[in-house]
Ligand binder design. Structure first.
Ligand code: MG
Length: 394
């Protein structure tokens, strides 16, 4: 049998990639993982086995979960993001396991009902410290998961946690210690974190085109005003004159993703050389993110995003759904916050404990944690249990 005990997880990495040997480590010290996997692989495995990760399957991206089985959910979105980031990480000799772990965790703190849910919860939390989904993802892996005997949360490495915290208000950064420092010092995160960020945008732009077309909310004709779509659409249509619309769309989306990922890899590679970057410290001090697109692709990508914003996310059928979803979140919050006896035991206990420490802010935070953890269907069910007398209490 092969001896795997000396596998070096840093082997083959570029000098500017995150090396495990230079990791800032975990908050709670732990023995190194067994020889067959590295520290970042352990992070990834902990994320995959978490409750929050499993719940992503019933959380929405754009469409509410029960609208159709073929639409992306947060789980399939996270997997697509990880796939894109891993391909690029490998091509650039960056740390694939770290980038994958960040991608799989990046949406763990997302509320039910996508951005609509998060906006509603943020509004409810306005007087109590606000709600940011990125920060909630970090809070989930740092505190909320209850799986280990020795600590709360997943005790992930600094590099993984840093990548999960994509944005953060200055006010919150000041409360976060080490992990918030870069927002105050205006330094960049690792290339693996930057990659996860761009992979996220590539994934949602492209799969929202696919889902939007499938739902009939946008059409190929409308999308033909967008350069990157039009170019590939014409190419595929010319070459394959008799394929079905479904295949045609898939072929176009596939080519769009390919084009932007290839551009991302080429341009980032050139930038790293051009900037004379040699180490992770150089990356952090570069002043700007080094992972990115060429000017042309960046413009086209923005154009597509703009289109989706105007035509898809603001389509009346989407707005009708998001308005309903926001009402559900607001009313759940109101009910629990006004009377925390309505919360299930463990969450009521958390609300009482946190209220003792930080007053109403604490109570509100415990309610927000509970709501943020809900899946779409659970939020809908729980809302009807609270507000509809004809629904059995279950
Ligand atoms: Mg995302």
């Amino acid at each position: 049998m092969a001896d795997l005990s000396h596998t070096d997880p840093d082997r083959g990495l570029a000098s500017y990639a995150c090396h495990e040997s230079a990791s800032l480590g975990r908050v709670h010290r732990e023995p190194a993982p067994a020889g067959h996997r590295g520290e970042y692989e352990r992070d990834r495995d902990r994320i995959v086995h978490s409750n929050a990760f499993r719940r992503l399957v019933y959380k929405t991206q754009v469409f509410v979960n029960h609208e159709g089985d073929l639409y992306r959910t947060r789980l399939t979105h996270s997997l697509e993001v990880a796939q894109i980031a891993r391909s690029a990480a490998r091509a650039l000799a960056l740390n694939e396991a770290l980038s994958e772990a960040i991608c799989l965790a990046h949406d763990l703190g997302h509320t039910p009902f996508g951005h609509a849910g998060q906006d509603a919860l943020n509004e409810c939390m306005r007087d109590y410290g606000g709600f940011e989904h990125n920060l909630q993802s970090l809070r989930t892996v740092d505190q909320l998961e209850e799986r280990y005997a020795e600590f709360s949360g997943l005790n992930l490495t600094f590099e993984c946690r840093e990548g999960i915290l994509k944005h953060c208000s200055l006010k919150n950064a000041l409360l976060l210690g080490d992990i918030g420092k870069r927002f105050i010092e205006r330094r960049q995160p690792s290339l693996e974190a930057q990659l996860a960020n761009v992979a996220d945008a590539i994934a949602y732009n492209n799969h929202d085109v696919d889902d939007g077309l499938r739902a009939g909310l946008i059409t190929c004709k409308e999308l033909s005003s967008i350069a990157i779509f039009a170019r590939h659409y014409q190419e595929v249509e010319l070459r394959y004159t008799s394929i079905s619309e479904r295949r045609l769309i898939h072929e176009v989306v596939r080519r769009m993703i390919n084009e932007v990922v290839t551009d991302l890899i080429d341009v980032t590679g050139e930038r790293l050389i051009g900037a004379g970057v040699r180490t992770v410290a150089d990356v952090r001090d570069a002043g700007v993110p080094l992972v990115g697109f060429s000017e042309r692709v960046a413009t086209e990508h923005r154009e597509l995003k703009q289109f989706l914003q105007e035509r898809l996310y603001r389509h009346f059928r989407v707005v009708r759904m998001t308005t309903k979803a926001q009402r559900v979140v607001r009313e759940l919050f109101r009910a629990y916050f006004d009377d925390f006896r309505l919360l299930p035991d463990e969450h009521r206990q958390a609300a009482e404990e946190q209220e003792e420490v930080s007053g109403l802010n604490g109570r509100a935070r415990a309610v927000a944690d509970y709501i943020a953890g809900m899946t779409d269907r659970y939020a809908i069910l729980e809302h009807s249990r609270l507000y509809d007398p004809s629904v059995p209490q279950g």
